[in-house]
Design a binder for this molecule. Structure first.
Ligand code: AR6
Length: 374
């Protein structure tokens, strides 16, 4: 059954929509578990690249890289049919196939999501036969279909990047650009699910240059990211020692400074948004941050974001290295030369490359937290 984008899912002749019917009762479970993977919680990030098996994703809809017959196959298609059970194939038989670049929806049966959206990617020939436009159509038609079915969370595999031979780095770039473009106009959380990280390589030139950059700076692995989380431990150690605290009286200078603190993170952020001539929406969309988190930051001048959120705003605002340091410091963070996340951010700022989604491809390749998280 073909669902028209932006319209409610149609019903069958019997007056029931199998996909919607099947989805009943999965809403609460799906929402509750939707955005927790391993120990990382991504509540506030519209576009997330994640390593996983797509059949394990507890989202509203997963997308299948199907064949034009929609009658199953290998790769992710095979995994989805195995996990969903034989009823999925029965429903697919009623759909009459699907053209390349188009998308059709079914129920999800034994899968932990509500719908499966089946799209047919282009077979890669040499990149000069309209492959890119067709691949973009797969993402945009699937997203329009998902939006029309009121899906709030959708997971994609790298369509065409397996049996159909689309180079994985190019396929990822098409996915990231098409999804982030859609998210400029829509509220949704979209996961791009990478199954086999070894087979995936983001821009090889950037990666090798970055590897050298990181090695030359002898970066520590991603252990010590969150200065904020480390400080309570240090405070605890300090308190455990035997030293007595001196009697403490606020002198007038300290009193004055406490009463007139510097501009806060939130205040600096709002000022920079105005100075750059951006609207709030343009800024938080570019930063890969959702509307609710942005409202929280805007309405609470003392709000302290996570480091990945603070850095995402710096990138979205295209701040210089110095301005980035200033903004991060307002939230209690610094960029050091001793961990990979910081070095990658510094590298892209030095290069004047400010696309949060492209930087996230590289952060993902280096197993680092993504920009935009809470
Ligand atoms: N979860 C997430 N991604 C996966 C999974 C999984 N469980 N399994 C594979 N992938 P492919 P295509 C990745 O070949 O290139 C089928 O036979 C995989 O690593 O599944 O669009 C259909 O019936 C790769 O990155 O799809 C069609 O005939 C990506 O999914 C044809 O293959 C897509 O690989 C479609 O070929």
């Amino acid at each position: 059954m073909r669902f028209a984008p932006g319209k409610p899912a149609p019903k069958t002749r019997s007056g029931r929509c199998p996909a919607l019917d099947h989805a009943k009762g999965k809403t609460a479970k799906t929402r509750a578990a939707a955005q927790v993977f391993g120990s990382v919680r991504y509540f506030d990030m519209p576009l997330i690249i994640v390593k996983n098996d797509i059949t394990k994703m507890t989202v509203d809809a997963i997308v299948n890289a199907a064949s034009p017959s929609l009658l199953g196959g290998g790769g992710v298609d095979g995994c989805i049919h195995r996990a969903a059970g034989p009823e999925l194939l029965n429903e697919c038989r009623t759909l009459g196939g699907c053209e390349t670049g188009q998308a059709k929806a079914t129920g999800a049966y034994n899968l932990p999501c509500k719908y499966v959206l089946h799209t047919v990617g282009p077979v890669w020939r040499d990149g000069r036969h309209g492959e890119k436009a067709l691949l973009e159509a797969c993402y945009s038609n699937s997203l329009a279909l998902a939006a029309g079915m009121q899906c709030r969370t959708v997971a994609f595999p790298l369509i065409s990047a397996g049996v159909y031979g689309y180079p994985a780095d190019l396929a990822l770039r098409v996915a990231v650009d098409t999804v982030s473009d859609f998210l400029l106009r829509n509220e949704m959380t979209v996961y791009i699910v990478i199954f086999d990280k070894a087979a995936y390589r983001t821009d090889a030139a950037v990666l090798s240059e970055l590897t050298e950059y990181i090695n030359s700076r002898d970066a520590a692995p991603a252990a010590a990211f969150y200065c904020r989380e480390q400080s309570p431990k240090r405070a605890e150690l300090f308190c455990q020692s035997d030293c007595a605290l001196p009697d403490f009286k606020l002198d007038s200078e300290l009193d004055r400074r406490l009463k007139e603190p510097d501009e806060s993170f939130s205040q600096m952020l709002m000022r920079k948004i105005d100075e750059k001539g951006l609207t709030d929406v343009q800024c938080y969309k570019k930063a890969n941050i959702d509307r609710k988190l942005f409202s929280k930051i805007r309405s609470d001048k003392h709000y302290r974001p996570g480091k990945t959120t603070a850095a995402a705003f710096a990138i979205a605002l295209e701040l210089s290295a110095g301005e980035t340091e200033d903004l991060l410091r307002k939230a209690g963070y610094a960029l050091s030369g001793s961990n990979k996340f910081d070095i990658i951010i510094q590298y892209f700022i030095d290069k004047g490359q400010y696309n949060v989604f492209h930087i996230n491809e590289v952060l993902f390749a280096f197993d680092q937290p993504l920009l935009g998280g809470k």
